[in-house]
Ligand binder design. Structure first.
Ligand SMILES: [Zn+2]
Length: 275
């Protein structure tokens, strides 16, 4: 499941074959916005939270950014330039970018769009993504301010749902959501209104540490030293701290939204421990 750490690994894989090179060919099955063209130079490949961004220089010196979000099953891989994959016969292929150094192949991405802007600032991103959490020092002030706004609004949002909201902080997916809440001893279904700012900051700092650690290493994703997770995907297995069977639920405060799975320990993350 692509979370912020996997997108950074993809960025590290694609960058040497794309950044600084001229586009020999660009193909996309469908795309919202202007299409990058052959002959444009790729100025940078960036990761921001769960989004992979490829910047193309336009003839009038602006930047055309290709934004892809991989959803649950999407992928990017790199093939040798002579491979010459074509998209027409394989319905899973969504984008092909070919340069002299390689061919980047995107399959099954759920969001594919471009936008034109003058810089690389995140404010240029549609949907106003929050600060990237795969860096060791995320912008906690900005994150806390955005979270406070959610807390102050009338909408019913749990802390588990807040962590997944990419407009607050970008990079946390379903795995890091459960793991972060466990590590900080926070009950996942607490309304955001009931959680103080210092706890919010601690949660995002911990999530950033987990994401950053897994970006740096090339091993399979883990949060427990030696491999595996604390609670994620451990329904009914004993909590690694206290031995209580790990709980799982699909719930949030707004029943109209599709609910994601949440794993937690009822003893280490009690509802009564709320500030
Ligand atoms: Zn426990």
């Amino acid at each position: 499941m692509p979370e912020g750490d996997s997108i950074h690994r993809i960025q590290q894989l694609l960058r040497p074959a794309l950044a600084g090179y001229t586009v020999e060919s660009f193909w996309a099955r469908t795309l919202k916005g202007h299409r990058p063209r052959s002959g444009m130079t790729i100025s940078e490949v960036r990761a921001h939270g769960k989004h992979l961004l490829v910047d193309f220089k336009t003839p009038n010196d602006r930047t055309l950014t290709l934004d892809t979000h991989l959803g649950m099953v999407g992928s990017w891989r790199l093939a040798a330039p002579e491979t010459k994959v074509s998209g027409g016969h394989d319905p899973t292929i969504r984008i092909l970018i070919t340069t002299a150094a390689g061919q980047a192949i995107c399959r099954r991405a759920t969001t594919i769009r471009t936008f034109v802007h003058d810089g690389q600032e995140i404010s240029a991103l549609p949907g106003q993504l929050g600060p990237d959490l795969t860096t060791p020092q995320p912008e906690l002030d900005l994150i806390a301010k955005r979270a406070e706004r959610v807390g102050a609004s009338a909408s019913a949002v749990t802390i588990a749902e807040l962590l997944l909201d990419q407009k607050i902080g970008a990079g946390i997916g379903n795995i890091y959501k459960s793991e972060t809440l466990f590590l900080e001893g926070v009950w996942p279904f607490a309304p955001v209104q009931q959680i103080d700012t210092s706890t919010i900051r601690r949660l995002y700092q911990t999530a950033a540490q987990l994401l950053h650690t897994n970006v740096k290493t090339n091993r399979p994703r883990q949060t427990v030293e030696g491999g595996g997770f604390f609670v994620y995907d451990r329904w009914r297995l004993p909590c690694r701290r206290c031995g209580t069977a790990v709980s799982r639920a699909y719930r949030g405060l707004d029943p109209s939204k599709q609910q994601r799975s949440t794993y937690w320990c009822t003893v280490c993350q009690p509802a009564s421990a709320l500030p």
